[in-house]
Design a protein around this ligand. Structure first.
Ligand code: GDP
Length: 385
């Protein structure tokens, strides 16, 4: 090996040694658990903990692996106000676009058509859109539409009337009393087509309830999607909640639901949340499945809520699905997810009209606390921009 070969070797070998040493440090850091990127949800098992063979020297600090911490979720009150800007994330919000048209001088027939089209494009639905434009035209004739602040107030008032602030949007999560005098948990069944955000919603809702100091148990009755039970269990464990599940894929969802409610009674929890599968099968199949789950649950405790999860980005298709679920499952409230990803907030109006059931919660992101109780005024202010 001549002199230049030796130099070349050094050029290659020294950086390689530095990389290996650096990697070794990183691995050591990860083993010790002081890397903040380590997934805190994966609890350290005894097998993960290395036992030193030889006695440890005085200057070596042995760090205990981190104990998985139970998170304290943020309270849900006022969340829609805080997350309001997400309603406008994907383009100009509906109300702002309407204000733009309404602030034009001398509104023509074309302008009114444009307003109606704007409402239709935001999925408000034909009936409510026509109603809103009629009401605005009447007001325009009576009061004129000169002062921008007055126009904004007028539009706000009309949109609010459509969203209907008088609807009861509270969640029935108070435990009840059994015939024998015992206490029964409030049972909330969550239904909807897979992919709409059902399991995520159950997880987020569990956090909302924990933040309100309710005790909660989860039932993983979505036994058709392989990962659903694991997903739910992870959500629960983050806030110290147990999940009743079957280890078999394709197990009978009704028996998981039954077990979950039975465990909820035994453990004296306040609320049992039951996630279900929403395969897009035919209506008879869906009716059979949800009917059976409902029957077994109600043998032990009354169903307090049936929440239908609907993906706000799916428009008319989503509304058609909603109709089927409403017919077979006796829906008591709607959760509209993915409102952060769409300018089609008008679906709030359409779905309430269509089903006669209030929107109770809205999903505004993938974060664990991105589920907000629906508030009509905050929502309208959000879409007015
Ligand atoms: P499921 O099949 O109905 O149980 O759906 P999942 O709960 O697995 O959710 C499907 C996807 O939708 C996941 O990637 C979620 O993170 C996402 N998701 C759920 N809710 C929201 C939401 O409000 N906003 C956004 N942007 N994504 C959401």
């Amino acid at each position: 090996m001549d002199h230049s070969d030796l130099l070349n070797l050094l050029y290659v070998a020294v950086p390689a040694l530095v990389v290996i040493a650096g990697g070794g440090t990183l691995i050591a850091r990860r083993r010790r658990g002081d890397d903040t990127t380590v997934d805190r949800e994966a609890p350290a098992t005894p097998a993960d903990v290395e036992v030193p063979d030889a006695p440890v020297a005085d200057d070596v600090v042995v760090e205990t692996p981190p104990v998985p911490t139970v998170e304290t979720p943020a309270p849900a009150a006022g969340r829609l106000a805080r997350l309001r800007d997400r309603l406008a994330r994907s383009g100009s919000p509906l109300g702002a676009r309407m204000l733009q048209v309404l602030s034009r001088d001398h509104l023509t027939e074309d302008d009114w058509d444009e307003l109606e089209e704007t409402l239709l494009l935001a999925d408000v639905g034909a009936g409510p859109s026509a109603e809103l434009v009629d009401a605005l035209r009447t007001q325009a004739r009576v009061q004129g539409l000169k002062d921008p602040a007055q126009v904004r107030d007028l539009l706000r008032e009309q949109l609010l009337a459509l969203v209907d602030p008088s609807l009861d949007r509270s969640l029935a999560t108070t435990p009840g009393q059994a015939e024998d005098g015992g206490r029964t948990p409030a049972v909330v069944m969550v239904v909807g087509v897979n992919g709409t955000g059902k399991t995520t919603t159950v997880g987020k809702l569990a956090r909302v309830l924990v933040a309100e100091e309710s005790t909660v148990l989860l039932g993983a009755a979505d036994t058709f999607r392989a990962a659903a039970a694991d997903q739910l269990e992870t959500w629960g464990s983050r806030v110290g909640i147990r999940t009743v599940r079957s280890d078999k894929d394709g197990a009978d969802p009704a028996s998981v639901a039954f077990e979950a409610v039975a465990a909820g009674i035994d453990e004296g929890v306040d609320v049992v949340l039951v996630d279900t599968a929403g395969r897009l099968q035919n209506k008879a199949g869906l009716m059979d499945e949800l009917g059976k789950i409902t029957r077994v649950i109600t043998r032990r405790a009354p169903l307090s809520e049936v929440l239908l999860v609907l993906d706000a980005t799916t428009g008319q298709n989503g509304l058609n699905q909603a109709r089927v679920f409403a017919e077979v499952a006796g829906v008591t409230g709607i959760v509209l997810t993915k409102l952060d990803g769409t300018a089609k907030g008008g679906i709030v109006v359409a779905v309430q009209r269509e089903l006669g059931v209030p929107v109770k919660l809205v999903g505004l992101g993938e974060g664990p606390d991105d589920l907000a109780p629906f508030d009509a005024e905050e929502f309208v202010d959000g879409i007015l921009g």
